[in-house]
Design a protein around this ligand. Structure first.
Ligand code: FES
Length: 83
């Protein structure tokens, strides 16, 4: 069975991506990632190292702690225009 990818929303912080992933920029170029390590993606928009979290969320007192609501259908990016 293939290893799955897990994305955790950290309270007031980044998205933590664990598992076999490939992260590419808008041109399809790969960001180098350390094998076996989780990737921390900025969610606050303040990182100087985007798309990675650099801890700036603490400095700007970023607050967001969305909770999963299993009984509600989610809205996926594919449902809306994101480009
Ligand atoms: S979430 Fe950490 S710098 Fe944005």
């Amino acid at each position: 069975m293939a290893e799955s990818v897990r994305i955790q929303v950290r309270a007031d912080g980044p998205l933590v991506v664990s598992g076999p992933v490939e992260l590419v920029d808008s041109r399809g170029e790969r960001f180098p990632l350390a094998p076996g390590k989780s990737v921390y993606l900025c969610r606050c928009g303040q990182s100087a190292a985007k798309p990675f979290c650099d801890g700036s969320h603490r400095r700007v007192n970023f607050r967001s702690d969305p909770r999963a609501q299993p009984d509600q259908p989610s809205q996926h990016a594919s449902d809306t225009s994101v480009e």
